[in-house]
Design a protein around this ligand. Structure first.
Ligand SMILES: [Zn+2]
Length: 286
């Protein structure tokens, strides 16, 4: 008998919303998937033979405004990170995600609606051991003053620091240790955020069309514009941690290691996975 089993969901569940960049209405439906499937997106608006895009770091094609994956036919799924983080947080290994448009709905800008959806679906424990990547040596990647580092550890943890040149954010740090804290209580509610002047620029360029105060924290000259304020004092660092977890789950497996990140984003998160997994002396499958 194995200590940790693979998991999928019990019953199919759906939710609808808008894509934060496309502004398009989109519905996702989650279905059970067999042992060793991993997380697989299926575009229901595309011919079936071209519709499958595996949630894998090698399929990442854009990291500018979110994480976008693509298959060999150029069929894309964008802004996958908050959903991926919720799947990680729910400890689900195998899942089919049917989606009728390119961009995953933004919902409230956090992972909470997806955690709720996965709780509604229930967990199905599968008769196979969960496969885990164990980091066996320190790996570090840098980009200017930004970096991500991982070292061997007994479980997953992340120490994430941000440093924005803005009076309302500046330096923030959040440490998440998977055995001491819970994704649901400590990370999942943290929302995406942006600066008012940046959002105006994106809007002019046909982006962030679905963005609003209902799905993002917006920071103006006089601080946070959202009437309800922040959900956590360091919500920005917690959201970056959420993004990190969603991006790192594109390894295809749960990773055991202690990560440290400074000012990292989707691009550097993905480069970290490429560097770590390309070095076969730095990890082993357990
Ligand atoms: Zn995010």
């Amino acid at each position: 008998m194995h200590a940790i089993s693979q998991k999928t969901i019990n019953s199919s569940v759906s939710c609808s919303g808008v894509g934060i960049h496309s502004g398009s209405k989109v519905t996702i439906t989650l279905h059970q998937a067999p042992i060793d499937s991993g997380i697989i997106f299926r575009r229901t608006d595309i011919d079936a033979e071209k519709s499958i895009v595996k949630a894998n770091y090698k399929n990442v094609v854009e990291t500018n405004l979110g994480t976008t994956i693509s298959n060999e036919f150029g069929v894309k799924i964008s802004t996958i990170e908050h959903l991926m983080a919720a799947i990680w947080g729910s400890k689900i290994d195998n899942l089919f995600i049917d989606i009728d448009n390119q961009e995953v709905p933004i919902m409230d800008g956090s992972s909470e609606p997806f955690i709720f959806l996965l709780e509604c679906a229930g967990i199905n424990i599968q008769n196979a051991a969960r496969r885990i990547i164990e980091v066996t040596k320190t790996v570090r990647i840098e980009d200017g003053d930004k970096f991500v580092e991982v070292e061997p550890a007994t479980d997953f943890s992340i120490d994430f620091s941000i440093d924005f040149n803005h009076k309302d954010i500046q330096k923030q740090n959040f440490i998440f240790h998977s055995t001491l804290a819970s994704f649901k209580n400590d990370i999942c509610c943290a929302r995406t955020f942006g600066f008012k002047n940046e959002i105006e620029y994106l809007n002019k360029n046909g982006l962030a069309k679905g963005g609003s105060l209902d799905n993002a924290i917006v920071i103006g000259d006089d601080g946070v514009i959202n009437k309800e304020g922040l959900r956590y004092q360091n919500e920005f660092a917690r959201h970056k941690t959420l993004d990190f977890i969603g991006d790192i789950y594109l390894a295809g497996f749960y990773i055991v290691g202690h990560f440290k990140a400074f000012k990292s984003g989707h691009g550097l998160n993905n480069k970290m996975l490429h560097k770590l997994l390309a070095d076969e002396s730095a990890w082993k499958m357990a």
